[in-house]
Design a protein around this ligand. Structure first.
Ligand code: MG
Length: 232
């Protein structure tokens, strides 16, 4: 297919790096390691469900800038304990640090990640734009073998702006000295990736494996990464 794209920007979490699978694995290790059933968490399922609910809520707050990274990390497991009626003062001191280290060192990627990156890397320059933290995003990319595919890795921490703020996209455009029309953003989040890239005048691919609603109309929508072959 003929197009004018030269640069592809990928989101990391839930788009290439399998956040859900990696987190589930590390939470299950934490549950055993800290013997959480002895601290009032009735089951791993309860712990996992509470994590999902609390964590996504906190990330929404982080994404709109109402809480900081430090606050997120400080309250995450306390709120999880509270939500299953366990005493938040019993959260083990090393829990958050262990969670961060364990999760970031997990290697699982979304199906067909390497297949599609190998297909795209010869025709396009590949980059990452992520709202995660520098240290953890670097660890995740190294642990999963993704690092070598990408030229530019832009984080919200480095730029001081989070998607959907157009300034994080403009930072990447300036750094590469390219126009928005030469770029395509690929990501799973309707707000941060799709609306964000639109703000910066870039076309977007909405990676939507679960078929969730998107308030804005993306340039393209795919359910599997291999469908990028039909666009690129
Ligand atoms: Mg994402």
């Amino acid at each position: 297919m003929i197009n004018t794209y030269k640069h592809l920007f990928f989101d990391l979490d839930h788009t290439l790096w399998d956040y859900d699978k990696n987190v589930a694995e590390s939470l299950s290790e934490l549950y055993e390691h800290f013997q959480l059933h002895t601290l009032g968490i009735p089951s791993f399922e309860a712990f996992f469900n509470a994590f999902e609910q609390v964590n996504y809520g906190l990330w929404d707050s982080f994404n709109v800038g109402t809480i900081s990274k430090e606050e997120l990390r400080k309250v995450r497991f306390r709120r999880i304990f509270q939500s299953v009626a366990a005493d938040p003062d019993l959260v083990p001191e090393l829990m958050e640090a262990n969670f961060m280290t364990a999760t970031s060192s997990k290697p699982h990627v979304i199906p067909d990640t390497f297949k599609i990156l190998d297909y795209l890397k010869n025709s396009y320059r590949l980059h990452v734009i992520t709202n995660g933290f520098d240290e953890s995003q670097t660890q995740k990319m190294n642990a999963s073998g993704l690092t070598g595919y990408f030229d530019l890795i832009v984080t919200s921490e480095t730029t001081g702006h989070r998607k959907p703020d157009k300034r994080i996209f403009e930072y990447a455009l300036t750094k590469l000295d390219v126009r928005p029309s030469e770029c395509l953003m690929i990501g799973d989040n309707p707000l941060s990736d799709i609306a964000g890239a639109q703000n910066a005048g870039m076309d977007q691919v909405f990676f939507n494996p679960k078929g969730i609603a998107c308030a804005v109309r993306p340039s393209y929508t795919i359910q599997k990464l291999m469908e990028l072959k039909g666009i690129l």
